[in-house]
Design a protein around this ligand. Structure first.
Ligand code: SPV
Ligand code: MN
Length: 621
């Protein structure tokens, strides 16, 4: 301990040393001291919750050129390297003791060699940089949802993003005293080139130590790899949740308005490009969270909280016409960080923004002009399709006022959203919790080829939309979901949606129809809408939808649309069951109930086919 104090005292100036020492936490002090010894920064900045510290980080991002100011006040842009535009799945690995693994689909590396590699990569990596030490809270503070986190980074962009995305946690660290229960993340963008881009992308690594609740991220800037509280902590949180019997999920939380001022909260897990954000932001409803939800049981009910308090959202296709709320937030003065958009005369542009876009500017490839090609000869679009905006959720007009409520909000429904052209109906309710967990959540698939209008999309398996972040064997994770409903008096209703049915390349549902499905779910939860029993679940009756289409979208809804959208496609559903069963046959820990429930569904489909044929109109039942 004496050694730790000596390191801290000799490397941190008086003001910052005092801020760190005000947190009487030996484990924290050791973490910071070790990071200093390894990374050898030029200086250390300890960031408290004070406005002047938060402001300092923001200014540092500008002074260091990691962010460039845009024309509108408070707006900046940050560029990640051309090859650093998304999560690096291949190099994101769990550090596990020799001989241990987490099963199929989960990358791991031997802990000793991973740690050795990390030590080498971090060695002296901050020599010309300021080391920023941040304290933040996942979940509302002063709550059983709160998880304290300490992120060390040499990127002011990462630290600044965290000001917008998470709740401050320095005071919370004071409250936890000497507790060893907190997540730790050490990040360095590594050596930067003249444009402030990480140079050593080939040495990009994200290593996660589950036992220590510690993450190393190096030679990368893209927020999904570096903002430790986002997907890196989700992996840690999933394990913590398993130990403590709650759930850490890749879910939005939406407050849906029902009759008589009622607000009903639903969570939703959708793989990317399946309509998750647009559902979370439905106009006229309340957004509590768009990406990460924690679900806990209390007094026989499920309560949910947003792990975050801001949005790191895809900016592509946001236009004034289709997304007025978010478009307004992105085009008026407030704090916004754009990333990997096109900038021309201080104005950010992105794909699908509905504007006339310039033919030249600066983007993630540097100086850009229309027709520019990359080293592989591919045309470079004006902005990356994963270009993003980072914004505090409070900036949205329809942010739910309960976002920081330490109790969370009562969760009445869970939606699993997939993307397929010809298997699933637009919305459907599960028969019960187990049926929903298995046939909707654990069987979630989405087409990877987002742009294709081909009937034969490539379906990728993504249980609970959480596959990328699982930190335990898939079967164990599914069992955790099954067990979650035990001892609950109010079990959330599980729904599935699919906004992407197509016939001959044409979408069967409209872009705004999701609003109707969600309103139907709200009524179902309260027993105020009817449903038809089909082999795969409960679907809306025509009359309810006709009324809701009128009320919500002022649209006529024809019987013909209903039949096309809600007919049961037996062959396609049977094929899906076969695919899912063959995947789980390879998963050692799969709960036997999964096979039983999928087989029951198969039998229901076969029986229905005998009676009604291969494509069953809802009017046939
Ligand atoms: C996602 O990909 O699900 C995201 C963005 O929310 S990232 O931070 O990259 O995970
Ligand atoms: Mn996400």
């Amino acid at each position: 301990m004496k050694h730790v104090l000596n390191v801290l005292k000799s490397s941190i100036d008086g003001v910052n040393f005092t801020k760190l020492m005000a947190l009487g936490n030996e484990k924290l002090h050791r973490f910071v001291a070790n990071a200093i010894t390894t990374c050898r920064p030029r200086s250390v900045f300890i960031c408290t919750d004070a406005p002047e510290d938060i402001k300092y980080i923001r200014q540092l991002a500008l002074d260091q050129g990691e962010e460039i100011p845009l024309a509108i006040e408070g707006h900046t842009v940050h560029f990640d390297g051309y090859l650093d535009q998304a999560r690096d799945k291949e190099h994101t690995r769990y550090l596990l003791p020799e001989g241990k693994d987490l099963g199929v689909n989960i990358n791991a590396i031997d802990k000793e060699s991973g740690e050795e590699e990390s030590r080498m990569l971090f060695n002296g990596i901050m020599k010309d940089k300021v080391m920023i030490v941040r304290f933040l809270s996942l979940g509302p503070t002063n709550s059983d949802f709160s998880i304290s986190c300490c992120q060390i980074t040499d990127s002011a962009y990462v630290a600044h993003s965290e000001s917008l995305l998470y709740r401050p946690g320095y005071e919370q660290f004071k409250n936890i005293g000497s507790s060893k229960e907190f997540f730790r993340i050490l990040h360095s963008a590594g050596e930067l080139d003249d444009h402030n881009i990480s140079k050593n992308i080939d040495k990009r690594r994200v290593y996660i130590d589950l036992e220590e609740e510690l993450v190393y991220s190096v030679n990368t800037q893209y927020a999904g790899n570096t903002v430790g509280l986002k997907k890196l902590s989700l992996r840690l949180a999933i394990r913590k949740a398993a130990r403590e019997a709650w759930l850490a999920e890749h879910m939005f939380i939406l407050g849906v308005k029902g009759p008589h001022q009622r607000v009903t909260y639903l969570t939703g897990a959708y793989p990317s490009m399946c309509g998750k954000t647009s559902t979370a932001m439905l106009p006229g409803e309340y957004i509590l969270g768009d990406d990460l939800a924690y679900l806990r049981k209390r007094a026989g009910k499920v309560y949910g909280a947003n792990a975050e308090s801001g949005i790191f959202g895809i900016v592509q296709d946001i236009s004034e016409k289709d997304d007025p709320v978010i478009y307004k937030a992105l085009t008026t003065p407030r704090e916004v960080i754009f990333s990997n958009v096109l900038v021309s005369d201080g104005v950010p542009y992105w794909l699908g923004d509905g504007r006339d876009t310039p033919k030249r500017g600066i983007n993630h490839s540097g100086e850009w002009f229309e027709g520019k090609r990359d080293a592989k000869g591919n045309i470079i679009p004006l902005a990356h399709k994963n270009a993003r905006y980072t914004i505090s959720q409070m900036e949205l007009e329809n942010c739910d006022t309960n976002i920081d409520n330490p109790d969370g909000v009562p969760i009445s429904g869970i939606i699993y959203g997939g993307r397929d052209s010809d298997i699933s109906v637009p919305c459907e309710e599960a028969f019960d919790w187990n049926h929903g967990v298995i046939t909707k959540g654990a069987s979630l698939e989405s087409e990877t080829t987002a742009a294709t209008l081909d009937r034969e999309g490539v379906l990728s398996f993504n249980p609970m939309s959480n596959l990328d972040f699982l930190s335990m064997p898939i079967g164990t994770y599914i069992k955790m979901h099954l067990d979650f409903a035990k001892y609950l008096d109010m079990i959330p209703v599980i729904f599935a949606v699919n906004y992407f049915q197509r016939e001959k390349g044409v979408y069967l549902t409209g872009m705004h129809d999701k609003h109707v499905w969600v309103k139907w779910m709200e009524l179902r939860i309260h027993g105020e809408a009817d449903a038809l029993t089909t082999p795969t679940g409960l679907i809306p009756v025509y009359e309810d939808l006709r009324r809701l289409f009128k009320e919500v979208l002022k649209k006529d809804y024809t019987r013909d649309s209903y039949v096309r959208q809600f007919s049961c496609r037996v062959t396609e559903n049977l094929a899906k069951i076969d695919r899912i069963v063959s995947i789980y046959n390879k998963v050692a820990e799969t709960p036997p109930l999964l096979f039983e429930l999928l087989d029951e569904q198969k039998q229901r489909l076969l029986k229905a086919r005998e009676k009604y044929g291969d494509r069953i109109s809802p009017f046939d039942y």
